[in-house]
Design a protein around this ligand. Structure first.
Ligand SMILES: NC(=O)c1ccc[n+]([C@@H]2O[C@H](COP(=O)([O-])OP(=O)(O)OC[C@H]3O[C@@H](n4cnc5c(N)ncnc54)[C@H](O)[C@@H]3O)[C@@H](O)[C@H]2O)c1
Length: 356
């Protein structure tokens, strides 16, 4: 198959982890005989430094022309510590999501047997966790207008806005994935307080009626936050709005033991984007210590979701599993004193794929 992908490493550890995922992608293409072409482009703080725009037009053009986007992370302390900066790296990420119409962020959360002891949660709680969070990505409070400050600068406000159509398309997606999994959907909202959540529930109840073979449950976000760490096994597909999803998926990452382990796929109207759920981890930038697994597993999702190549995805997941079993892991998930560099982990996984 011909595969034409855009590579957007971004900031901080982005370039280091993306180059590992790219090596692994190349290895899989070599093994399965796919014709891979790719081009790099700027996004985030590095794009601001070079062009003044966190999501330059050339980057958007490249994304639109590609079959898939492999993304690292954006963010730089220079902007985090300057709340009054007018142009911010995050605008690049939000702009990309909006312009590519990426309305759904899919985050599988599974445990690795050999890593269960790394979870701060008890082994009996996390064992067997296999859930999928579907987060709405282009609506809600992160995009709602009006947003701003009062004239006297003493009051600030954000707006949470959702349309029936925005809710419908993502809830329907949740049912589609639940049907391929354990046939259960949990709709997370705050319908006891928020008007937007009541619309979510209303729309979801209509879709529930059309899917009688799927078990549906409704859960307030505060309860979901608690149940997710008390009883993660009870969930199959969780679908929720943008901000709730942002927070719950970071919480869910502790189940796997490290934020450096969780991949995601953002899908929507145009090209899909595959990215780790973590940020640019600036403290580790350039040190070759960040865990590349979330990005490598994002490449696995890319094969599956963008190209329908399930065997290729499986090969990557197996290689990751084997690297963990062999103890070839970065310091965040290492058990004893011995840990490996980002590049060593990537190389091990690449070679495992090529030699098996
Ligand atoms: N999608 C994105 O690009 C994205 C997401 C979240 C945060 N950010 C940005 O990233 C910057 C840093 O934010 P933050 O510190 O809140 O979040 P972060 O995810 O970068 O890091 C939080 C902590 O998680 C751990 N961690 C994250 N990635 C890891 C990896 N690959 N390997 C090992 N450990 C890892 C580290 O302990 C780190 O201190 C900020 O500028 C923020 O805006 C970007």
């Amino acid at each position: 198959m011909k595969m034409n992908i855009a590579i957007l490493p971004g900031d901080g550890i982005g370039p280091e982890i993306v180059s590992q995922a790219l090596q692994v992608t190349e290895a899989v293409c070599k093994k399965f005989g796919h014709d891979l072409t790719y081009k790099h482009a700027l996004v985030g703080a590095c794009a601001i430094e070079q062009t003044g725009n966190p999501y330059p037009d050339e980057t958007h053009e490249l994304c639109m022309q590609s079959d898939a986007v492999l993304f690292g992370a954006i963010g730089d302390p220079k902007y985090d510590n300057n709340p009054s900066a007018k142009v911010r790296p995050e605008q690049g990420l939000l702009g990309m999501r909006k312009k590519l119409g990426l309305y759904a962020n899919i985050r599988p959360v599974t445990t690795f047997e050999t890593l269960i002891h790394k979870s701060p949660l008890r082994t009996d709680i996390v064992t067997g966790t296999d859930l999928m969070c579907i987060r709405e990505l282009t609506g809600g409070i992160y995009f709602g207008r009006p947003q701003g400050r009062s004239e006297d600068n003493n009051v600030a406000f954000d707006s949470c806005v959702y349309s029936r159509e925005e809710i419908k398309r993502i809830v329907e997606l949740a049912y589609k994935y639940a049907r391929q999994r354990k046939k259960k959907v949990t709709i997370v909202d705050k319908a006891n307080v928020l008007c937007t959540s009541r619309l979510w529930r209303e729309v979801a109840q209509e879709i529930e009626k059309q899917n009688p073979d799927i078990t549906t449950e409704y859960m307030f976000v505060d309860n979901a936050a608690m149940q997710l760490i008390q009883w993660p096994n009870r969930f199959d597909v969780i679908v929720t709005e943008n901000m709730f999803g942002d927070i719950l998926t970071d919480e869910a990452s502790v189940i796997t033991g490290s934020l450096g382990m969780l991949p995601s796929a953002s899908i929507g109207l145009h090209t899909s984007v595959f990215e780790p759920i973590h940020g640019s981890y600036p403290q580790a930038a350039g040190k070759d210590i960040a865990n590349p697994i979330a990005t490598i597993l994002s490449a696995a999702l890319m094969f599956e979701y963008a190209f329908g190549l399930m065997d290729e995805g499986r090969v990557i997941r197996t290689a990751v599993d084997e690297s963990i079993k062999a103890g070839v892991v970065t310091e965040d998930i290492a058990s004893g004193d011995k840990s490996y560099k980002t590049s060593e982990v990537g190389k091990w996984i690449k070679e495992y794929i090529l030699n098996k």
